[in-house]
Design a protein around this ligand. Structure first.
Ligand SMILES: [Zn+2]
Length: 679
């Protein structure tokens, strides 16, 4: 039987030959890739020559290519289009990969060579990107435990392996609950739902073999519109309660015991490394640098956000009372009455707006913005291989036709895809041993329709992920480990979040927000009202996000994390910070994938707000010029997108902005300025 991973791919641009790749091809390819990688490392440590940058650091950059290629395909498919077979392989291999990477990170002979180079780094005559690579590789070894005594190293490896398994199980449990649950409705249950929500529910029913009925699922793109529009308070409550209970029920898919173990292991890991808590350990290698900087930022917005939410709640309660609903606003009422108040206050109706946000046109808007700012052109290539018929493929070129990369756009929700929206890569850009161009994917979870219509928030998500795509695609670095988005976690959301601003530029909306039936551009009056309404409900949005970030920090700043009762801990944190009863935290612990389906955003959920300080302040620079497409500023911004991790993030930012970031633009953008004095 032939295995495509052991062949040279002849597909255009080196795209994976998706049509030929089967689940059973992965295990032998993984085994081979790990063995080959170990042999490559042994060749470096076995070199009798004294360590040099070339024979050690560059040789490491050259290692693991086979494994990376297989892993790139596997982890992407497992997220976007998984099967039982792929899930089984993910569970089997997660601890093996963790063990593999720890074996390299804790290899004493390898570290000895890196450490020697690090000591002599000032005399090696390195270019700036090489010096940073050496410093960061050295730090990576240290933070994996390379300086620890042997028994502590062994424990670090065991913890890392166990965490890999727990992270995988956590994510699979959330996906299970989202797949498993459905609210099947009849025509008579749809009171209040506008056409787009009915169509999406009909489509979801069809996909689940319930033709003629309507299905609400626990995907955010399905349940949020239902909570916003359904006039049936009883059904809203049913959907809401299922939504916030994902991962929280007795039985084999319960995420509570997993969280207990994950948090305890992370605390132990931090202590082995000499830190008081996991957050201290994590933040030591971030742009924020320490817990107090993060706390300061979160508390800057928490007080004003709660005040704004309280004022919003009063308006919702008035609105509910006027409609004869005399009970206090419950969490499953908030979105519903917020939409009514929004309609009344700004004379704006989500169902009136949505017909102007056709997916196809919003994609075009994202492409054309990248054309104006950075000179990119997108050409659809339906001839190229894909892993699912819904995926669209584009070749990205410079204006002069030079190939830049490949973009895969996977926009629709399906039961084989994990929830949320994300960017990732099948291949990263590098120029080390010849130019390698990137292959980047964006995943969204939009409800498919005929045509697919987006909310303004959905369109923002599309632009957000597209900003991450640009970070991967515009990357112009020498070494693979410095490519694209491999920057500090609290800097990685800057390129994505700043890109969202170009959606709300009036010029973008009046050009691309066109009615799906008439093709008419969005009326100026509606556009004006839409933009005016953007600060509306920001108290709610800021509260649900900031509470989640504070909860993350509390989970990871404890110095004794044994035996956490997850629900009681969540409750005590929310009580302590004075969480409004009508608002739920944006991600409850049992489905907080940022924290527990991996460690990337653990003690790092604040990163979105941290980056928002940068993106609001950064976009303000364009507003100051009076031209949101100012070419000089766009050229400076492009440097942030193309530098990967070759430079310090604060240095990159100040080179673009001409000064360090300030918080004022963020507060203004979220409409939190007026109440700041009371905070
Ligand atoms: Zn992002």
């Amino acid at each position: 039987m032939s295995n495509p991973f052991f062949e040279t791919w002849t597909t255009p641009f080196g795209l994976p030959p998706f049509d030929r790749i089967q689940a059973e091809h992965f295990p032998p390819a993984f085994d081979h890739g790990m063995a080959e990688n170990i042999a490559e490392i042994a060749a470096i440590t076995g070199n009798s020559d004294a360590p040099t940058f070339a024979n050690t650091i560059e040789a490491m950059e050259r290692s693991g290519r086979f494994l990376n290629r297989v892993g790139g395909v596997f982890w992407n498919l497992n997220s976007s289009n998984t099967t039982d077979a792929l899930e089984t392989i993910a569970r089997d291999y997660a601890p093996k990969f963790a063990q593999h990477s720890m074996r390299i990170a804790l290899d004493p002979a390898l570290f000895a060579r890196v450490a020697e180079l690090y000591e002599r780094r000032g005399t090696l005559d390195l270019a700036p990107d090489q010096l940073r690579l050496l410093e960061r590789q050295h730090l990576g070894f240290v933070r994996s435990g390379a300086l620890l005594p042997p028994d502590a190293k062994a424990r670090m490896t065991a913890i890392t392996e166990r965490l890999a398994t727990l992270h995988t199980l956590f994510g699979q449990n959330v996906l299970h609950d989202e797949k498993d649950w459905q609210l099947v409705l009849e025509e008579s249950d749809l009171a209040g739902l506008p056409d787009f929500a009915r169509n999406a529910a009909a489509q979801a029913a069809k996909e689940r073999g319930q033709e003629g009925k309507y299905v609400i699922t626990l995907a955010r793109s399905s349940v949020e519109p239902f909570l916003t529009f359904s006039a049936r308070r009883d059904l809203r409550q049913v959907a809401y309660e299922a939504w916030i209970r994902r991962g929280e029920h007795e039985g084999e898919h319960d995420n509570r015991p997993l969280i207990r173990e994950i948090v305890a292991l992370r605390t132990e890991q931090a202590k082995l490394m000499g830190y008081a808590s996991y957050a201290d350990f994590k933040l030591d290698d971030s742009m924020a640098k320490d817990t107090s900087a993060v706390e300061w930022l979160l508390l800057q917005v928490w007080g004003p956000a709660k005040e704004k939410a309280a004022a919003e709640r009063a308006e919702l309660q008035d609105c509910a009372r006027a409609e004869g609903m005399n009970e206090p606003i419950a969490p499953w009422d908030w979105r519903y009455y917020a939409e009514k108040v929004r309609q009344a206050k700004y004379d704006i109706d989500e169902a009136e707006v949505k017909p102007y946000f056709v997916l196809e046109n919003m994609v075009r808007a994202a492409f054309d913005t990248a054309g104006r700012l950075f000179g990119l052109t997108f050409t659809e290539r339906p001839d190229l291989p894909v892993y699912h018929p819904d995926v669209r493929v584009y070749e990205v070129t410079e204006k002069d036709g030079r190939h830049v990369g490949i973009f895969l756009h996977d926009n629709f929700a399906r039961s084989s895809k994990r929830s949320g929206a994300w960017m990732s890569s099948y291949r990263d850009q590098e120029n080390f041993d010849g130019a390698v161009s990137p292959i980047i994917v964006n995943n969204n979870n939009f409800s498919k329709g005929e045509p697919t219509l987006l909310s303004f928030d959905d369109a923002e998500t599309l632009f957000h992920e597209f900003g991450h795509f640009l970070h991967g695609c515009l990357s112009n670095v020498r070494y693979p480990s410095q490519s694209g988005t491999s920057v500090r976690r609290d800097f990685v959301e800057l390129p994505s979040q700043i890109y969202e601003h170009w959606l709300a530029v009036p010029e973008t909306l009046s050009t691309y927000a066109r009615h799906h039936q008439t093709g008419e551009p969005i009326p100026q009056d509606l556009l004006r009202r839409l933009l005016a309404a953007r600060n509306f409900n920001q108290g709610f949005g800021t509260v649900e996000y900031t509470a989640a970030a504070l909860l993350d920090l509390e989970f990871h700043t404890r110095s004794d994390a044994a035996d956490t009762d997850v629900a009681a801990f969540e409750r005590s944190v929310l009580d302590k910070i004075g969480m409004p009863a009508e608002i739920a935290v944006r991600h409850r612990p049992t489905h907080f994938q940022h924290l527990f389906a991996g460690s990337g955003y653990a003690a790092g959920y604040y990163a979105y707000l941290w980056a928002e300080v940068l993106d609001a302040d950064g976009f303000e620079a364009f507003l100051e010029t009076g031209n949101p497409f100012d070419p000089d500023l766009a050229a400076k911004l492009k440097t942030i997108y193309s530098s990967g991790d070759t430079r310090d993030p604060m240095e990159l930012y100040t080179a673009f902005r001409g000064r360090e970031p300030r918080i004022e633009a963020l507060l203004k953008h979220r409409g939190l300025t007026q109440s700041l004095g009371d905070a």
